[in-house]
Design a protein around this ligand. Sequence first.
Ligand code: PLP
Length: 427
Amino acid sequence: MYTYEQLAEWRKLCQSSFFLLDTARLRDNYRRFYEAFASRYEQVSVAYSYKTNYVPYVCQSLHQLGAQAEVVSRLEYDLARKLGVEPAAIVFNGPLKTAEDIQLALELGSLVNLDSFSEIAPVLTYARQHPEQTVRVGLRVNFDLTRGGVSPLQNGYEVSRFGFCVENGSFAQALALLSAVPNVRVTGLHGHFSTNRSVGVYRQIARELCRLGKAHLGERLEFIDIGGGFYGELPVTFGMVGVPSFDDYAAAITSVLKDELAEAARLPQLILEPGISLVADAVEFVCQVVDVKVNRGDRFVLVDGSVHNIKPTMHAHRLPVTVVTQSSEAREGTYHVVGYTCMEKDYLLQGFRGKVPEPGDFLVFGHTGAYTLVFNPPFIRERPPVLAIAGGDVVVARRKETLAEFFPESLYEFPAGQAGKTGGYAQ
Ligand SMILES: *Cc1c(COP(=O)(O)O)cnc(C)c1O
């Protein structure tokens, strides 16, 4: 943990509460993830899921180690290119790609995984316009993962909205439509599902992708893309036991591929798209206590952060927290930690028992790297800066916004005229 002086210095640098990126941790997560798969299988590509945390410094730290980019919008695609990622090292997924997005990605040679029928026409159009090019695409597939009457999908969904359904023939129909133009080739299958993240479900997904690949693509099968959704290391506050490791996932998935595709002339490339498992525990959120007050019997600790900063998805897990205090005497007690917004429900911690902080103390929330910064509209205040530490180096990876950056005149119309003075009604 950091000392009070360290945090105070960094806060001064940021002029705000801030996210703290542990670059070494991020890199170590990536290395361990890659090694788990690459030590068991020849052709492995890891494409980092941008949407999980697309702070350029985060993406670049991973690209420097060799990670490819997995993007789900044109905005993310353009960011990857701006960061210098080779188009061939970008996997373009997501349910909404325009005809222009698809054609650009095909022209530059990125891997495009099609998600629905509306995306097929632009591929055919492009292929007809470029008869000399072999146009390679992947298909995101959708199949039933229910076992014993229980769906492993998150939030209790029984049917996933993504991809081409195998059971009702949509997948076969998509293949047929794409085969109408001779220079289009479906070279792989994509099967990202939001599930309970168990090893068994990945085994099921890998097996189904292999079987579909064998049956429908045969020797054209160049890649199997398992998607993301893996668990990384979890804090003890989540209270979960038996969480699979990267090695557990890798052993299961690679052995399915080797078994299922033992007869194939060559094994397909295995693509993985981790997000949360690489960044969640590499970022902490540091806020400062502004006030401690008691309303009726309840003690409220007000901080210059918000639940929107640390838990915009409002998941139910309790994040690990450390109180870094100036004072030597530590009082124990029960309290709520509440944020700067004007919302009643802005609780960073509720009914927490521990060391009671005082104004000026810091609260450091762990495990705040995934689906936070990207999922968090700058509500009421500017977005918190991001400070990256790497060895002894400290880099402000995102500065605090100024008013002009928050409300750029290039973006907003600022009508001229009388500014309100009286609180009355001017005719
Ligand atoms: C969100 C997403 C990922 C990453 O998922 P994590 O749970 O963050 O690992 C990978 N692939 C696709 C297609 C996604 O939508």
